[in-house]
Write a protein that binds this ligand. Sequence first.
Ligand code: BES
Ligand code: MN
Ligand code: ZN
Length: 486
Amino acid sequence: MDVTITREPKVAKADHLFVLIAEGARPDVAVAAKSMQAIAASGFAGRADESLSTVAGEPKKITLIGIGKAESLTIRGLRTAIYSIAKMAKKQRDRNIIVVMPVAVPKLGAEETTRVAAEALAAADYKYDVYITKTDDKPLPIHAALVPPDAVDAKRAKQLDDEAKAIAAGVRTVRDLGNGPGNLVTPTFLGQRAEEVAKGAGIKCTVYGRREIEKMKMGGLLAVNRGSIEEPRFIVLEYAPRKAKKHVALVGKGITFDSGGISIKPAEKMEEMKFDMCGAAAVIGTIQAAAMLALPVRVTGVIASTDNLPSGSAYKPGDIITTSSGKTVEVVNTDAEGRMILSDALHYASELKPDHIIDYATLTGACVVALGSEAAGLFSNNDELAQKLIECGERVGERLWRLPEWDDYKELIRSEWADMKNSGGRWGGAITAALFLKEFVNCPSWAHLDIAGTAYAEHETAREARGATGAGVRVTIAFLESLSHS
Ligand code: BES
Ligand code: MN
Ligand code: ZN
């Protein structure tokens, strides 16, 4: 949806006016005063999930959306209300809508709430329709005017509008890449998209092919790639504004399809493994948004990409692989491929000596078992960074939950024949995966986000469509912004 934050919406032209109403609040909206009086007499209370629609004239329709008690409004509640608005508008084929938001999330205040709402609204009617050929099924574009709380003046509204657009663009990049099928979104395609995004955002992008990856001795990436006829890619994006004081490296897992390889996965839901490049997509989308926002922080994106397939040449259990760091890995499960490719990417990022490294990976089913789909697993060697990321997540509605990276568990990935094994088995699977990654990190401020549960929605929820969610972008932008303030 194309969203404009404005204090003066064109009411006469609107198909549908939506008003968010807190429980017990009077729906007093000047633009449709008469209808509002009628609505006030209707018994509508503003409870969350409650809505009331009426035919009005100018605008054609008015719908009140209850959001519950104003003092307990959360970002999630706000996103739910906004998603329901988009669904309604889509179904009713509205083309021009107005969304009046007289309230703010208490913890955020009027301005931040406005930005979150604008960005949520922009994403709310999203559908991956690249392969929908029936024109009837193609959604029509919707234009929305978002009227912020009174505390937001016109000048701030314009800035918030630009910011929301940048974040929405980054999120969209991630969703399109994530939802794209594995036969389209190959490592080569991912590299091309990274180049396009970089061009659009005016930043540098280098895409390395097999030869160069071999030269860099990236044994982990090459091992996983051996089963595939697709070439691997190693992608480096560089956003380096002159005024930057801090340097953050973002590292992404770009498995464009994960069959498990020789340790093959069961057929059921295997199609979901097209989402196994969502970490890489999050890196691309975040850098895109950071550049659009002109954040004064240097950001380097580092992506390793291949698919993971079985074939006569595939890597196999028992193989011992030498990674670019020189450390050796005994493969016990070819389905633990994410950490194999990340070993090389994290080593590469560490060599850049950034202030912080954050990696994004749909790394383990174990993390989904532990946390479900409402929070990403956070692992870090730095309490301050971990705390900051959790707080940033809270501010944008992306929950992170810290899990331990205690060395006691390292025993589980100890190998008789090599420096380590690539799997520690089922128990504590998200932790042993993080411990494996830690072996390749040489940076005192590193965080690993296991986004296996949050990167895509298996089913539509009250807040978002099925498919890739854009996980990672919002929280990381909030983190980069916090660095530029300090
Ligand atoms: N891509 C998967 C993890 C995954 C599972 C993501 C479910 C999203 C939903 C990863 O490569 C994988 O297969 N991990 C294994 C690790 C095991 C072999 C140690 C897992 O989680 O079972
Ligand atoms: Mn796997
Ligand atoms: Zn995987």
